[in-house]
Design a protein around this ligand. Structure first.
Ligand SMILES: NC(=O)c1ccc[n+]([C@@H]2O[C@H](COP(=O)([O-])OP(=O)(O)OC[C@H]3O[C@@H](n4cnc5c(N)ncnc54)[C@H](OP(=O)(O)O)[C@@H]3O)[C@@H](O)[C@H]2O)c1
Length: 515
């Protein structure tokens, strides 16, 4: 673990001691933004509150606002009080805020970056941060190249030798999604980043991978014997991966329009879920082994031959949701009235491997859908023959294993059971594992886990550039097809998407689960 002070009493595999970040500075670009306020600053506090940040930790915020250090500390305090997961403790906050600084400036202003460099160096000297810096780019994506170039120019990207305990200090850069908007732009962005930071120092955020329930896919499949024998075309009929939101585009209009549901969610979160569900067992629980298996799966993904029937897209129309009247996408503030950006996207994909050949993976995501839910459902084949009369099994569906990513985190197994009574009626029942009932400890927020991993330098939960590029390769032809296809289908707020989304499965004699 470069940069951290090695503890001679601690074995690397000893789980009794928590993983704690070493001395370091986190520079947060875009610190006044939505993500920083709602997720990143609260996560930093939660880590401090759990004792996972060292005393030699510094936080430097950078944004255009004309703030002093105290203004920033006040805003951060408010954000933490409002959004932190763990209880607010004044003493923890006081200790953390002693290492908090703010630098005001434009990202293309060299002088501002020179001030940032001096602030970071001063903090280093005052707090003993070991000369280790992580740069978090919580910014509109078009600004990523500017910041990376400025980090190089100002010398901040280059570690100076002579860190704590004789180690060379580290530099890490954390890049928020989206990483590009198609394959070509992802490659261009990577070329800029690659010139400044070695691949091992680049942490691309896909916050889904920070979720306990997503990591649990690996545990469920590879730490058990029960599921893996069923995990193939021999028993699985198809797989459904759903990420539904009940909210509309809200204040994110500027970001969302022109990007749409597929680029925002399918290219990263849903294809990562698909990769974890479909991959072979990695040789070990190491970043390289896991990423290699995910890349194999993503390389094996195939699109339907006819994209007009194998994909669906929609835009939410005005309607009622949760007892309130809500505007349609085209009436939202900041959205052009002729926008063809989709707020619902569904795809049917194949995974051309021996394990999955012929098993469709249906992916869907959308805004203003029936409820907020993310799940992966493996729907099993029906029993090859039934000895029970048809009338006794008319209420029996296909068996399913549902990985509930959020909310109500857990796993559900759905299978048929005899209804008590004199007849042999068989009906679907569920067996549930819920985190809340099985564990006393609450799950950390995804950003807590990911920020800690960045500071520790632990990369398994961050996709490599190869994965990003493979995902764009899958999506690019779909986006090109949609760009030629005019307006997306309209769907009512609070429904489960447009007719074309239902037809995507109905054509195959299947239907979407109601999550
Ligand atoms: N919000 C979310 O829930 C969410 C979820 C997943 C991923 N993301 C990603 O996270 C990143 C940040 O999202 P966000 O929602 O926080 O965006 P946001 O609310 O629009 O904030 C953008 C930040 O960038 C700063 N900024 C913009 N232009 C600048 C410039 N020219 N020079 C210096 N600073 C500038 C803004 O600061 P000032 O205006 O104060 O200068 C603000 O702090 C994006 O890449 C987004 O895709 C966000």
């Amino acid at each position: 673990m470069p940069g951290a002070v090695p503890n001679p009493l601690r074995g690397a595999l000893d789980r009794r001691l928590p993983r704690i970040a070493g001395p370091s500075v986190l520079v947060l670009f875009g610190v006044t933004g939505d993500l920083a306020r709602k997720k990143l600053l609260p996560a930093i506090y939660d880590l401090a509150n759990r004792g996972l940040l060292p005393p030699g930790f510094g936080l430097v915020g950078f944004a255009r606002r004309d703030w002093e250090d105290q203004d920033f500390a006040h805003e951060a305090h408010e954000a933490v009080r409002k959004y932190a997961r763990t209880p607010f403790r004044e003493d923890v906050w006081r200790q953390l805020s002693e290492g908090v600084r703010f630098v005001q400036g434009e990202l293309d202003d060299e002088e501002a970056f020179d001030r940032l460099a001096s602030t970071v160096h001063e903090l280093d000297a005052e707090r003993g941060t070991g000369g280790n810096y992580a740069f978090y780019l919580s910014l509109p994506p078009k600004l990523f190249p500017t910041v990376v170039t400025q980090l190089k120019r100002s010398g901040l990207a280059e570690p100076e030798p002579g860190g704590t305990a004789g180690t060379t200090p580290w530099r890490r850069v954390v890049i928020e999604k989206p990483f590009g908007h198609d394959l070509a732009s992802a490659q261009d962005l990577n070329a800029v980043v690659d010139e400044v930071f070695p691949p091992s120092s680049v942490f691309r955020i896909d916050h889904y991978l920070g979720k306990e329930t997503v990591q649990n896919i690996l545990a469920l499949r590879f730490a058990n014997t029960l599921f893996e024998p069923l995990w193939s075309r021999n028993y699985v009929d198809h797989v459904q991966i759903t990420m539904a939101e009940d909210i509309g585009v809200g204040g994110r209009a500027g970001y969302y329009d022109g990007i749409g549901a597929a680029r925002d969610v399918i290219q990263n979160h849903l294809l990562q879920l698909l990769a974890l569900v479909a991959m072979e067992e990695p040789l070990s629980y190491s970043a390289d082994a896991i990423r290699a298996e995910k890349e194999k799966v993503l390389s094996a993904v195939s699109l339907p031959e006819d994209l007009s029937t194998g994909t669906a897209r929609g835009q939410y129309a005005a309607g009622w949701q949760g007892g309130s009247k809500v505007p349609g996408y085209l009436e939202e503030e900041g959205i052009p009235s002729d926008s063809i950006t989709e707020t619902y996207a569904a795809l049917k994909l194949g995974v051309d491997t021996r394990r999955w050949s012929g098993v469709p993976f249906y992916l869907r995501t959308g805004k203003r859908l029936g409820r907020r839910v993310t799940e992966v459902a493996l729907v099993f084949q029906a029993a090859p023959q039934q000895m029970f009369p048809r009338s006794d099994v008319s209420e029996l569906g296909q068996n399913a294993l549902v990985l509930r990513i959020q909310p109500d985190e857990g796993v559900t197994l759905r299978f048929g059971s005899k209804v008590p009574g004199a007849s042999m009626e068989v009906r679907d029942v569920s067996m549930d594992f819920t985190y809340g009932q099985s564990f006393t400890e609450a799950s950390p927020e995804a950003y807590e886990r990911l920020l800690l991993d960045v500071l520790i330098g632990d990369p398994p939960l961050f996709p490599r550039q190869e994965e990003v590029e493979l995902s764009w390769q899958i999506l690019d032809p779909v986006e090109e097809h949609w760009a030629r296809s005019g307006q997306p289908d309209q769907y009512g707020a609070g429904t489960w998407g447009p007719e074309s989304g239902q037809a995507l499965l109905a054509r195959d004699g299947r239907h979407w689960r109601r999550p």
